[in-house]
Design a protein around this ligand. Structure first.
Ligand code: ADP
Length: 393
């Protein structure tokens, strides 16, 4: 009898959710889903049996990530074919100096534990998920895929933050994030147009979290996010770059604590803060005709994105390819058109009909810059990385 192809389970833990997927031979989606509302009322597991299938909600109470992971493993064990799962891959948001996906060892776990103060919002949960799985399945190999790894080779001038030098020695520098998505986008670009992937590329990952990367010869030269994922572009609820002088001003005038500031710039700012109504581009696009603040929020988002494209074109010494990706980048012709408006001087010009259809190439044939829409797939990239690290075939 033919042996079943090896499967990889991918785990992407967020603050109140765990997204998971099972890929066959590192490429074909067998099962996907998510446990949502962890730690909140109405925790649920929704399953997509195959791409495009309807989610099946399974109510379950999971008060923390460990319980949610235990439940997920139990549920997966009861699914036909779980014994085909030969390895697990995790998205690890902050990987500091790790520049490649790595097999989880005791040493790596100890290293990650040491780094938790650099990313207290993600790392403890990610470590908990890895430990939960190794407790239940000690023989199952696990691989950590770092969202920072893609940017590790950035030049010093992009990494340095202009603070007293002692902080650099403490690891305070630009790390950049969304690296799993960027790695996937570059692999796609290489497949679609190998010459373009060697050229001057700006990748725009525009989802609830949004960032850009300037890439030349396949290497990240700079990125908009920095030490944390709060910086750079305006995002759904995150502010992006701000004047650092605000911290002292707000502490004097409103007695705002660092913790409150952190809450404000991560959860109450960006599109939500400026519009005062919604963090969602769909809502704001629908209401901007009658709500000036919704329009201002979208204008600010697009204006800042255009500024980053301009500055990254300067970093790259010109531009050959601009890639839009993630929820907004893949689905909003309006936002893409508004970002690209006025970039004609760089050679960016959009074909409205193709843009309206979210076509794979949305630039004019005559435009010097090829503007592409590429669907990102972080889960698939994790599965591929696991297969490569562990030499699964
Ligand atoms: P996350 O960073 O949470 O993974 P996503 O990549 O799912 O986020 O992106 C979420 C954003 O994508 C939201 O602002 C949403 O408005 C936007 N979005 C999703 N679908 C569409 C659409 N059809 N038109 C416009 N915006 C969309």
């Amino acid at each position: 009898m033919k042996a079943a192809p090896p499967c990889v389970l991918t785990i992407n833990g967020g603050s109140s959710s765990i997204r998971f997927a099972v890929y066959e031979s590192g490429e074909k989606l067998r099962l996907g889903g998510m446990i949502g509302r962890i730690g909140l009322k109405g925790t649920n597991l929704s399953v997509t049996h195959a791409p495009g299938a309807r989610p099946v909600p399974l109510p379950h109470a999971a008060t923390n990530h460990r319980k949610a992971a235990d439940f997920l493993l139990e549920w997966l064990n009861s699914q036909p074919g779980f014994s085909d799962v030969k390895a697990v891959g995790h998205r690890v948001v902050q990987g500091m100096n790790h520049s490649e996906p790595e097999r989880v060892t005791r040493k790596l776990l100890a290293d990650l534990r040491r780094l938790t103060s650099y990313d207290p919002d993600h790392l403890p949960l990610e470590i908990e998920l890895i430990e939960s799985i190794s407790r239940k399945h000690p023989k199952l190999p696990q691989v950590a895929c770092f969202d920072t790894a893609f940017h590790r080779g950035m030049p010093m001038v992009a990494k340095l933050l202009p603070l007293p030098r002692r902080y650099f020695a403490k690891g305070i520098e630009r790390y950049g994030f969304h690296g799993i998505s960027y790695t996937f986008l570059m692999e796609e670009l290489r497949r679609l147009d190998p010459a373009a992937a060697q050229g001057r590329v700006i990748l725009a990952h525009l989802g609830n979290g949004a960032s850009m990367a300037a890439v030349r010869r396949g290497k990240s030269l700079d990125t908009s996010m920095g030490f944390t994922s709060t910086s750079g572009l305006v995002m759904s609820t995150r502010s992006g770059d701000l004047d650092p002088g605000l911290v002292y001003f707000l502490s004097r005038t409103e007695k705002m604590t660092a913790k409150k500031f952190q809450q404000m710039v991560n959860h109450d700012s960006g599109l939500l803060g400026v519009s005062g109504t919604s963090s969602d581009v769909r809502d704001l696009s629908a209401s901007e005709a009658t709500d000036a603040r919704a329009g201002e929020a979208l204008d600010l988002f697009c204006y800042q994105a255009r500024k980053w494209i301009g500055s990254f074109a300067a970093v790259l010494g010109g531009l050959d390819t601009l890639v839009f990706s993630a929820g907004i980048g893949e689905n909003s012709p309006l936002i893409r058109q508004r970002i690209c408006q006025g970039l004609g001087f760089l050679g960016v010009s959009i074909n409205d009909a193709r843009n309206a259809k979210n076509a794979p190439v949305i630039s004019l044939h005559s435009g010097r810059v090829k503007v592409r829409v590429i669907r990102t797939n972080e889960e698939l990239m994790i599965a591929r990385s696991v297969a490569r690290v562990l030499h699964l075939s």
